[in-house]
Design a protein around this ligand. Structure first.
Ligand code: HEC
Length: 139
């Protein structure tokens, strides 16, 4: 395994203390993505829930054919439960109805990595992650 801690993960880890259940992604989490997005593009100004929704709904061709979009498992309505391809229920992704979500940066990173790879055929960028979280924070 890679022993070098990327700056993003370090920023996320530093922000961990004291966060329990929250109604929106912790500032430490989105702040880490914002720093990384700015590092990648100095013109970065803010995350966009509109771009996040587009990412959530777009059907991509680069990933697994049976899961072309985030909505393939999380459903069309983020306030409703989703379902895996094997039929396992997934609690809603909207922060308003699932207030315990996004409190654990390691969990968020783990699932972004796994799900983006599955849907897009690559990892999501910090900009995409921040945009997607901004969308879910508004749902
Ligand atoms: C193959 C089914 C599937 C697809 C497609 C999928 N997800 Fe998920 N996702 C899951 C499951 C299962 C979990 C973990 C169970 C849970 O948290 O309720 C999860 C959890 C997550 C989490 C962690 C939430 C938390 O509570 O911290 C994030 C973030 C996430 N998904 C983002 C995405 C994004 C972004 C996409 C599209 C690029 C996507 N997912 C597509 C099945 C999927």
């Amino acid at each position: 395994m890679n022993r070098i801690v990327p700056p993003l993960l370090l920023a996320l880890a530093l922000g961990l203390g004291g966060h329990a259940a929250v109604a929106a992604p912790p500032a430490a989490l989105t702040g880490g993505y914002a720093d990384a997005a700015r590092a990648a593009d100095p013109a970065f100004s803010a995350f966009s829930a509109t771009r996040g929704e587009a990412l959530h709904r777009t059907r991509f061709a680069g990933g697994k054919p049976d899961t072309p979009a985030c909505t393939s498992c999380h459903g069309d309505d983020a306030r409703q439960a989703g379902k895996t391809k094997t039929g396992k229920l997934i609690e809603p992704m909207a922060a308003s109805v699932s207030p315990t979500r996004y409190a654990d940066p390691a969990k968020v990173e783990k699932w972004f990595k796994r799900n983006c790879t599955e849907v897009l055929g690559r990892e999501c960028t910090p900009l995409e992650k921040g945009d997607w979280l901004a969308y879910m924070a508004q749902q």
